[in-house]
Design a protein around this ligand. Structure first.
Ligand code: PLP
Length: 284
């Protein structure tokens, strides 16, 4: 198998030679941030929005911006080329960590790692056919700052997904302490009622998803009604359907959420209009 090329701290190197310090606080404490970006024909979609979210997170954590972050689009282009991904659907994983602030090296900066891999198209197609989600049994505190940034402290999400998968579901949905619906472990949540969209507000305690924002803007342009409002599991009873969004999946309908079952065909028209907005934005 070909060795992949990865970018770490200014160097393009074979992935099997890549290493970070065991004293890197990203490794020790999850002290850092990441972004997952989808590429279409060699173009990272919504890259400016991903970098803006990353920079906001860096500011919140008082984490110095790596000098080479500005070169990110060029680094991604080179990585896609080096890994033969310029014409294929790809995934960019970008990680910034505080590095090792205890080092004696005066030139010390934060760690920047960028990796490009092929998108698992089959698994995405499968999700786009319909997903089953369960409401997770513990609650989130909406005031937790870490919910609004893509921090390397992702274990609650990973564990939430594991709990859902162990019970045969594809995604786990978090509620906050007030019992409001928040988001999935790797996705944002939308409900469809009378051809209108409803989605939990950021104040419920969730990641400001880049795809969520894209859907809100597209719905507005398409004159599809859309409200950000507190939503509860009982609201699922009155809705016609629901879907999840993420950079990798775009839009994936829910066929089941806890005790509620949805006929995906009933809301296909609304979803298709939104799906079309992606193709237009991508000019494909
Ligand atoms: N919510 C959480 C917790 C996530 O991890 C993700 C993506 O990984 C999303 C929402 C969707 O965000 P985006 O649309 O920016 O990919």
């Amino acid at each position: 198998m070909d060795t992949k090329t990865i970018y770490i701290n200014g160097r393009f190197i074979p992935e099997n030679e890549a290493a970070i310090s065991p004293l890197d606080t990203g490794f020790l404490f999850g002290d850092g941030l990441f972004e997952t970006i989808r590429t279409y024909h060699g173009h990272p979609f919504q890259i400016d929005d991903h970098l803006a979210r990353l920079r906001q997170g860096l500011q919140k954590l008082a984490l110095p911006e790596p000098q080479n972050l500005k070169q990110c689009p060029a680094i991604i282009a080179e990585l896609l080329g080096a890994n033969q991904l310029s014409q294929k659907p790809g995934v960019i994983k970008l990680v910034v960590s505080r590095g090792n602030p205890e080092t004696d090296n005066p030139n010390h900066t934060s760690t920047l790692m960028i990796r490009a891999t092929a998108l698992d198209v089959e698994s995405i197609k499968c999700r786009q056919q319909g997903m089953r989600a369960l409401i997770l049994p513990w609650r989130r505190d909406r005031h937790n700052l870490l919910l609004a940034i893509k921090s390397l402290n992702y274990l609650e999400n990973r564990y939430g997904l594991q709990v859902a998968q162990r019970k045969g579901f594809d995604e786990g949905i978090f509620l906050n302490l007030e019992g409001e619906l928040c988001e999935g472990s790797f996705s944002n949540l939308f409900l469809i009622r009378d051809n209108r969209l409803l989605t939990p507000p950021l104040t419920a305690g969730l990641l400001p998803g880049i795809t969520r924002e894209f859907i809100l803007k597209s719905a507005n342009q398409l004159n599809i009604g859309c409200r950000e409002m507190p939503l509860y599991p009982k609201d699922l009873r009155e809705c016609d359907g629901a879907f999840l969004t993420s950079s990798l999946m775009e839009i994936a309908p829910l066929i089941e959420l806890d005790e509620y079952k949805f006929d995906v065909d009933q809301t296909a028209q609304t979803r298709n209009l939104l799906q079309e907005a992606f193709r237009k934005a991508l000019k494909i």
